[in-house]
Each structure stands twice: as structure tokens, then as C-alpha cells.
Write a protein that binds this ligand. Structure first.
Ligand SMILES: [Zn+2]
Length: 252
């Protein structure tokens, strides 16, 4: 994970993103085992706006995104935002997926607990129940997670958790790009969204990296990962125009 953050941060700097000019955003699950990731982002990019939620989906929405834009430093001609968006999953030494050992505990517990709970809920209630459309006032954030997932992953209950987690990364990226389009003027603000799946393995945290999404000034500038032009949505290695319909990524 440290190598991932260092490599991605260096690459963003080579594209013109300046830690003194950019505001970083961390979009991760609230889970305390993501604290090292959030601290790592801060070590490269100073203070970071915390977009954390249960699961990591960007539930802070337009209000949160507008706040980010209001907080970006005005030290350069253009403002800059760098987003680190990573859902997470635990894998035990025996290969068990969806569990992690936590400090001070003698038995493993769910990671990501929000996604595991959403799968359990989907199995108990059925994907098309009215519960899928309602917000439980005692559990509002997880209700939004359920709504988002059940719309996008109809087979949620029986799906492989790693597949669901990768799908959540795609949804996070898509939602963040939509928020960027809603609140950030392309003429004024450069944006980079670094994403991947953070895996809590027995020998430490590792990242299954995904291509970075960029919207930056100057069409002559290209990203270093395959020379993709900025202003493109890159999903699983395929570059798509930002204005294209939502990509369909089938569950395996
Ligand atoms: Zn989690």
C-alpha cells in the first residue's frame, strides 16, 4: 500500500498536481483498519477531506463535493483535487475472504463489514422487496449502501465478495466522476481519481490498482498508464468517453 501511494502520488506530481496546490480527498470505508491508508494519503498530500462512509461509496454527495471545491487552495491559476477511492476486503492466511484480524481481537471479523451485511440483508429480504427502497432512520447510511448495491448488483446475495468489492470500486469511481461533473468547472479545476481495491492480507495491506481517471487542462497531456488522453473514464483498462452511457460490467 505504501508503494502504491508513493507511486501514484509521484505520477500525479509528474502530471502537474502539486501537493501545495491540490486538495486531497479520501473515499474509503469508515473502518479503522483504513486509518493507515488515510494517513498515507495525508503524508503525501497534506490534509485530506474525508469522504468516508460505510463501504466507501461517496455518500457525502453533492454537498460534500461542493465543500471540497470550496476548500481547494487558491495558490495556482487552476485549482486541483486528487481523490483516493478504495473499497476494501480482508483475506485470512487460510484463504478465507471477507474477514480480517483486528488489533486486540482473538477472532477475525468481517471486512468489509458493510458489504458483507448488505449481502446478508439481500439474502434475507429478497432483492426486490420494498425494504430496498426505504431508508431506515436508525441505519441511514447502510440503507443507502443497500439501495445503491441492489440497483447495480441484482445478484448481490449470492455474488462472490471479491467480485462485489471490485464492482463497488467501479461504482465509487462512477459516482465520483458524476459529482465532479456536477460541481467542478473543467475550465477551473483539474481532477484525478486514483482507485483500486485495498486487500488486508496477512502480511500487510496491498492494493489491486486500477487505472487513474483524469480531467486536466491541456489535451496534449497524457496519463502515463498507456498514454490515455485526459478526460476519459477508464474502467478496467478500457478507456471510455466521459459522456458515454454507463459501462456495463457483468458479474462473473
Ligand atoms: Zn468496510
Amino acid at each position: 500500500m505504501d508503494v502504491f501511494l508513493a507511486t501514484e502520488s509521484e505520477r500525479l506530481r509528474s502530471l502537474g498536481f502539486d501537493p501545495d496546490q491540490a486538495l486531497a480527498v479520501t473515499a474509503t470505508c469508515r473502518d479503522e483498519i483504513l486509518a493507515p491508508l488515510r494517513a498515507g494519503v495525508r503524508s503525501h498530500w497534506h490534509r485530506a477531506f474525508d469522504f468516508s462512509s460505510l463501504s466507501g461509496l461517496p455518500l457525502a454527495g453533492v454537498t460534500g463535493a461542493a465543500a471540497v471545491l470550496d476548500h481547494t487552495p487558491q495558490t495556482g491559476q487552476r485549482t486541483q483535487v486528487v481523490v483516493f477511492a478504495l473499497p476494501h476486503i480482508g483475506v485470512l492466511s487460510d484463504g478465507t475472504v471477507g474477514q480480517a484480524m483486528r488489533r486486540g481481537r482473538t477472532t477475525p471479523t468481517a471486512a468489509c463489514g458493510s458489504l458483507v451485511a448488505a449481502q446478508r440483508w439481500a439474502g434475507e429480504t429478497g432483492s426486490l422487496s420494498m425494504d430496498a427502497l426505504s431508508i431506515d432512520p436508525d441505519d441511514p447510511e447502510q440503507s443507502l449502501v443497500r439501495q445503491r448495491l441492489i440497483r447495480e448488483v441484482p445478484t448481490l446475495a449470492g455474488a462472490d465478495l471479491m467480485v462485489v468489492t471490485r464492482r463497488v470500486r467501479e461504482l465509487m469511481l462512477r459516482d465520483i466522476v458524476e459529482l465532479v461533473d456536477r460541481v467542478a468547472d473543467p475550465e477551473a479545476t483539474d481532477v484525478a481519481v486514483v482507485s483500486g481495491v485495498l486487500v488486508h492480507a496477512t502480511d500487510g495491506d496491498v492494493v489491486e490498482a486500477a487505472p487513474t481517471w483524469l480531467r486536466i487542462a491541456g489535451a496534449e497531456q497524457t496519463a502515463s498508464d498507456g498514454g490515455r488522453l485526459p478526460g476519459q473514464l477508464v474502467v478496467d483498462g478500457e478507456a471510455l468517453p466521459v459522456s458515454a452511457p454507463e459501462p456495463e460490467v457483468e458479474l462473473q
